[in-house]
Design a protein around this ligand. Structure first.
Ligand code: PLP
Length: 424
């Protein structure tokens, strides 16, 4: 029987290898400003692509439903202990496959179907797992939303308090997918306590900032914390749920057997690696630079007449309201024009948007990836100028060509994954 196991990808599937190399080139030569993405380290990717993917390990360390799990126990315990140390929490479940599943597990642990959740409106920056009608969250729970104030475009804590008083939610969710300001979790705790609600912080976007201490810490104030591991935290695609000891058993039962079967042990291994990297001093410097870079970019865009929602940013992202400078230009069109010039952003609704979620009046930009490449404030100012130039000259292909050449040059000066070459 022919051995099909020991051959490398370039001998088995050139078609797939070719596509991967094309995206490697795109990742290397474009400037990606999508705030929810990052470049995972080679070490993280090595763990994620390892033989650990081969093992079924349903259950938890020391309590598995399969034999042969002694090393899986070591892997998962390592990830758990590092997560607890990194975020200063009592308990961590590192098995959720993605952020949506982590939120699902948290709700499953704390609530019954039909219970009330108070969370941020989706078109004001909330996430679909915080109550979109078509999502499980909107289907199985009674969702009440708070939004941002029309003048300040910030969450008004008085309004949150009033809504909590009026609707008596069992759970308050604090966290966002497109909100450029910090959360003061202590204030949220006061509101949660006033109505006897659980408090969940979804730090999917800001986990890296929190781990590095450049964003207020949810751990002392929240009952449960959910996060993805692949955004600012710069780990593998995946998620986790952290909580106070009193919720540990309910959270673990909610993840398995409640919602998932076998954990992705290769992903858990890669999470362990990412948590170790996040404890290094260089990671703290990186996260501080992510925020400084975002502020530099927002300032330059603002000087060029592009309005950042709330006037700026305190984290890794900014939301640009295109409607004030280009009435006819939608977020979708702007993102496409920028892609023509090698700059990757995503369209995003802005608070009180007159356009739909498919068209949008805004674009969302973030600095995690360009900062991973080693760029600093001066490059952010350059990128902001290139964005303005592209939008201003969007109907002129020469402008886009010129910007693209500058994007390529900048990408070459700050290379990424230089040693990743096709194996020959
Ligand atoms: C705040 C927040 N929560 C949860 C998620 C869900 O993560 P995933 O896409 O891994 O399901 C996201 C993803 O964008 C997010 O921004």
């Amino acid at each position: 029987m022919e051995n099909l196991i020991d051959r490398p990808l370039h001998e088995v599937d050139l078609e797939l290898l070719e596509i991967t190399l094309q995206d490697l080139e795109r990742q290397q030569h474009c400037l990606t400003l999508i705030p929810s993405e990052n470049y995972a380290s080679i070490a993280v990717m090595e763990a994620q692509g390892s033989i650990l993917a081969n093992k079924y390990a349903e259950g938890y360390p020391e309590a598995r439903y399969y034999n042969g799990c002694q090393f899986m126990d070591s892997v998962e315990s390592l990830a758990i202990e590092r997560a607890k140390q990194l975020f200063g929490v009592d308990h961590a479940n590192v098995q959720p496959h993605a952020g949506t599943q982590a939120n699902m597990a948290a709700y499953h642990a704390l609530l019954e179907a039909g219970d009330t959740i108070l969370s941020l409106k989706l078109d004001h920056g909330g996430h679909l797992s915080h109550g979109l009608k078509q999502n499980f969250s909107g289907r199985y729970y009674n969702i009440v939303h708070y939004g941002v104030d029309p003048d300040t475009e910030r969450i008004d804590m008085n309004t949150v308090g009033e809504l909590a008083e009026q609707h008596r939610p069992k759970l308050i969710v604090v966290g966002a997918t497109a909100y450029p300001r910090q959360f003061d979790f202590a204030e949220w705790r006061v509101i949660a306590d006033s109505v006897n609600a659980y408090l969940l912080a979804d730090i999917a976007h800001i986990a890296g900032l929190v781990a590095a201490g450049v964003h207020p810490d949810p751990a002392p104030h929240c009952d449960v914390i959910t996060t993805t591991t692949h955004k600012t935290l710069r780990g593998p695609r995946g998620a986790m749920v952290m909580c106070r000891q009193e919720f540990a058993e309910a959270v673990d039962r909610a993840v398995f057997p409640g919602l998932q079967g076998g954990p992705f042990m290769h992903s858990i291994a890669a999470k362990a690696v990412a948590f170790k990297e996040a404890m290094e001093p260089a990671f703290k410097e990186y996260q501080a630079q992510v925020v400084e870079n975002a502020q530099a970019m927002a300032d330059t865009l603002k000087s060029n007449g592009l309005r950042p929602i709330t006037g700026g940013t305190e984290n890794h992202l900014m939301l640009i309201d295109l409607s004030t400078s280009y009435e006819k230009l939608s977020g979708r069109q702007a993102a496409d024009h920028l892609e023509d010039a090698g700059i990757i952003v995503n369209k995003n609704t802005i608070p009180f948007d007159k356009r739909s979620a498919v068209t949008t009046s805004g674009i969302r930009l973030g600095t995690p990836m360009v900062t991973t490449r080693g760029m600093r404030e001066s490059e952010m100012r350059t990128i902001a100028e290139l964005i303005s130039e592209t939008l201003e000259g969007r109907r002129n292909s020469e402008v886009k060509k010129r910007v693209k050449a500058k994007v390529s040059e900048l990408s070459r000066q700050f290379p990424i994954y230089e040693d990743l070459r096709p194996v020959s």
